[in-house]
Design a protein around this ligand. Structure first.
Ligand code: PGA
Length: 258
């Protein structure tokens, strides 16, 4: 039985392939020393490292419990779109998961709900698993209304069957480590927001269950709180996933959750 899912979103890091290798070596060494069955790790490196990371993940103990993810996908599968990487290309490289709707792409790079929805369709069309990021920008005002609208706009006209193939990552923008004055979130408030997301999915798509991750400054000091509660199926880790000692600790904490 899958205990917990841990997604490593490396963002625009590390700076070199050698550093990427060091992170994966550290995790590999850790898995050798203890049995990690029941955990699934998804590594989402920058595109330039994907091919090499795929090779590194395929051997050794890591190969048993790790899968490859991408941080983005093109809306189109073919055509002239400078700079884009298609789902067809990702599939050929061994990618199985794709992050869509990350707040940095929404708010820093201007991706609209419509674009996120189109990318979500591209992921599904290519037989990959979407990790759909959702989250309000602040906890003030009508945050719940904002989140509900974002969920509706993100999943849009997808069928219930398609939505059931998605993993949801609740990532409040105000708690993400790179947000200026980021505030620490608590498992209680994360569960409240995840409840809102699940309510929309139950009402609009008749979904009774969906895999839900939490992301937002997850590190070794707070991981137990998030991976240890019923209703959160794992974590999406950004900054701490490229700090190898820190990431290994998070894996260990997740493994030891009952
Ligand atoms: P963080 O990033 O863990 O550095 O806050 C999470 C994310 O943005 O996916």
């Amino acid at each position: 039985m899958l205990k917990k899912l841990i997604v490593a979103n490396w963002k625009m890091a590390p700076e070199s392939l050698a550093q990427a290798e060091e992170i994966l070596d550290a995790v590999n060494g850790h898995i050798v020393s203890e049995d990690r069955d029941g955990l699934l790790l998804v590594f989402c490196p920058p595109f330039v490292f994907i091919e090499e990371v795929a090779k590194m993940l395929s051997g050794g103990p890591l190969g048993r419990i790790a899968a490859l993810g991408a941080q983005d996908i093109a809306v189109q599968d073919t055509g002239a779109f400078t700079g884009e990487i298609s789902g067809t290309m990702l599939t050929k490289l061994g990618v199985r998961y794709v992050i869509v709707g990350h707040s940095e792409r929404r708010w820093k790079l201007g991706e609209s709900d419509k674009t996120v929805n189109d990318k979500l369709k591209a992921v599904l069309r290519n037989g990959l698993v979407p990790i759909v990021c959702l989250g309000e920008r602040t906890r003030g005002g009508d945050w719940e209304g904002f989140l509900r609208e974002q969920v509706v706009a993100t999943f849009g006209d997808l069928s219930s069957g398609d939505v059931s193939r998605c993993i949801v990552a609740y990532e409040p923008v105000w708690a993400i480590s790179t947000t200026p004055d980021a505030q620490p979130d608590t498992p209680k408030s994360a569960l409240e927001a995840i409840g809102v997301i699940k309510d929309v999915l139950a009402t609009n798509y008749k979904l009774q269950t969906i895999c839900c991750l939490y992301g937002g400054s997850v590190a070794s000091h707070n991981a137990a709180g998030f991976v240890g509660v019923h209703g959160i199926d794992g974590v999406l880790v950004g900054g701490a996933s490229v700090r190898k000692e820190e990431f290994v600790k998070i894996i260990s904490i997740a493994y030891h959750q009952k």
